[in-house]
Design a binder for this molecule. Structure first.
Ligand code: MG
Length: 400
């Protein structure tokens, strides 16, 4: 684990220079370590915690134009890029589909039947572009009808809803039979349109629904479904209730007898919202406590390395940092011993040498003060009291 102390403080001070209250806080804290509010029962990390893992870096998607499909983000599974249907089948057995590719788009041929991904998906972000036939035929549900079925069950309706009236819960971007879109954001027939869908599957345990499924949809970039709670599998004319199913199932596009075209289809599998029980409103205190111990253990390993390398002051700061995750008695003993040696060393220095190390000394004291302020150490913790006395004696405190 990389440690972050004084030079980060400097960078932060510069960063905060424009925000006056921030600069004051930054000066009082030993860098990013022991900086924001510390971990608690439901948060394994501090606020602004440099020990918190950074998200993976990806290359984002590029936008499509009417003429050209964009590119998927680097961490997406590309389901269709205009060249082949190798990710798709007619059914779960992998029977080859009769859908065909024309001008970089896929579309059903006569009596093709639905098409589905060979791979199964659960929670996901799905990007789909579609276009209804240029030649307008039929009306209401008979015009440019298809559909995106999440887990093969939950339909986001695809329909030519451009100047084509139908029932609200069956127009384009509706959760078919359940929820009309907030607005009709349909483009004209033949024009490329997009769905960006965020889907959280329903979770079942022992045949019972334990977490309802939800779906959010942007149609041509416009929010049309916001965390809609899925009632049950899509049905025509009937109201449905949750029906237990597995964790993953194919994405399906509907063949409703109209040659609706699709292009630039990609999907990103989403991790569960709270994968190890340590984040969000459902965080478990036991899981958070275990995580805090794990983080502290990693930090104390770094402190051991610093001690081995003779870096005593950094080791002292590192051990103090570890206390906010786990108030470990052995670590406190090491802090007492290191700061005892530290103070002895400081007392031997002449005035100029003490002045030269002012920043470092105040940084160590800042750590003690932080831990006392957040009741992780007592205000009367001896190393803190002694260092405070030394700082006062030498007149090192910052003038405010
Ligand atoms: Mg449909």
């Amino acid at each position: 684990m990389k440690r972050h102390s004084l030079h980060h403080l400097n960078r932060l001070s510069i960063l905060c220079a424009a925000v006056s209250f921030c600069a004051v806080v930054a000066l009082a804290a030993p860098g990013y370590a022991l900086y924001g509010d510390p971990p608690n029962d439901t948060h394994p990390w501090a606020v602004h915690d440099m020990n918190r893992p950074r998200p993976p870096v990806i290359t984002p998607a590029t936008a499509s134009t009417p003429e050209r499909p964009g590119k998927a983000p680097s961490d997406a599974i590309v389901l269709f890029d205009g060249t082949d249907l190798s990710k798709w089948a007619a059914d779960r057995n992998g029977t080859p589909t009769k859908w065909r590719i024309r001008d970089g788009a896929m579309e059903p041929a006569r009596d093709s039947g639905d098409i589905q991904t060979k791979q199964d998906f659960g929670d996901c972000q799905l990007h789909v572009e579609w276009a209804t036939p240029v030649k307008v035929q039929g009306d209401s549900q008979g015009r440019g009808n298809s559909g995106v079925f999440l887990m093969g069950r939950y339909e986001i309706q695809v329909l030519d809803s451009y100047q084509n009236d139908t029932y609200a819960d069956g127009q384009a971007a509706s959760i078919y039979g359940q929820s009309p879109p907030y607005v009709n954001a349909c483009r004209a027939p033949g024009e490329w349109q997009s769905y960006d869908i965020v889907f959280r599957r329903p979770v079942f345990k022992d045949g019972q629904l334990t977490q309802p499924g939800t779906v959010t949809v942007l149609h041509n970039g416009v929010l049309v479904q916001d965390n809609w709670v899925i009632e049950g599998p899509t049905s025509h004319m009937g109201r449905t209730k949750p029906e237990p199913h597995g964790d993953k199932a194919p994405v399906k596009f509907q063949d409703h007898g109209n040659p609706v075209r699709y292009r630039n289809v990609w999907i990103r599998e989403l991790a569960p919202r709270n994968p190890d029980g340590t984040v969000g409103p459902d965080a478990s205190k036991e899981a958070v406590a275990a995580k805090r111990k794990e983080i502290a253990k990693g930090i104390r390993k770094d402190a051991e390395k610093q001690i081995d390398a003779g870096e005593k002051v950094p080791a002292l700061n590192t051990l103090m940092e570890s206390l906010q995750y786990d108030k470990d008695e052995t670590a406190i003993k090491s802090i007492e011993s290191l700061s005892g040696g530290y103070l002895d060393e400081l007392k031997k220095l002449d005035k100029a040498a003490v002045q030269a190390r002012k920043g470092e000394i105040l940084s160590v004291l800042g750590g003690f003060k932080f831990l006392a302020r957040h009741r992780i150490l007592e205000n009367s913790f001896e190393p803190k009291v002694k260092l405070e006395a030394f700082v006062a004696e030498k007149g090192l405190e910052e003038k405010r």
